[in-house]
Design a protein around this ligand. Structure first.
Ligand code: BEZ
Length: 203
């Protein structure tokens, strides 16, 4: 089944480095589910270090992080121990060991050709609706800063019922939805909007 924006996030039960996880038990929270191609690989290691470095920022935003790959839980444990021993960094979030590829296939993350998990990111809102998804090539590490910016934009959209313009960052104005009737579009002219279909508002 394809995963698409706005759909209910598929539920699953999985083994993780922090014990069993029932995804639907996280209802009410923002969730960042992200997959990596494999343990003990260079780009993925830099990403685990980078996600951990910003862990407190994710916590402040009320976001639960969940890692995922098709490696076994013993492989994950060995890799996380290696990261701790060599970098002094304790990875604080659970990592799913999806050896039967159940979650990987549910979220369209399996690359049949290479047989590895695609580098994917899903942001799931408190109603467990998929709000953002993006795939990266195996060779391209993710920008944690950009992921945090998108979470802040999604939370702004959710809280303020406003859209966000290009390059939006916290403190910038939001955008009201465009009018859908002629009379509303004429009313916009009187409100001093930039264009009748583009009205930025401070919030
Ligand atoms: C990496 O994380 O470095 C990586 C993983 C799979 C394929 C290529 C690179």
């Amino acid at each position: 089944m394809a995963v698409f924006l706005g759909m209910k996030a598929p539920d699953f039960t999985a083994t993780t480095t922090k014990g069993p996880l029932v995804f639907s038990s996280l209802k009410g929270k923002w969730v960042l589910l992200f997959s990596h191609p494999g343990d003990f690989t260079p780009v993925c290691t830099t990403e685990f270090l980078a996600f951990t470095e910003r862990y407190e920022d994710f916590k402040k935003l009320g976001v639960e992080l969940i890692g995922l790959s098709v490696d076994s839980v013993y492989s994950h444990i060995a890799w996380l121990r290696d990261i701790k021993e060599h970098y002094g960094v304790e990875v604080p979030f659970p990592v799913i060991a999806d050896i039967d590829k159940e979650v990987t296939k549910l979220y369209n993350l399996y690359d049949e050709k290479s047989g590895v998990t695609v580098r994917g990111v899903f942001i799931i809102d408190p109603n467990q609706v998929v709000r953002w998804m993006i795939y990266y090539p195996a060779e391209t590490g993710r920008s944690i800063e950009e992921i945090i910016r998108v979470i802040k934009a999604l939370q702004f959209n959710w809280d303020k019922k406003l859209a966000t313009p290009a390059n939006w960052k916290p403190g910038d104005p939001g955008i009201q939805s465009a009018p859908t009737t002629l009379s509303d579009s004429l009313a916009r002219d009187k409100e001093g909007a930039e264009r009748w279909y583009l009205k930025k508002v401070k919030s």
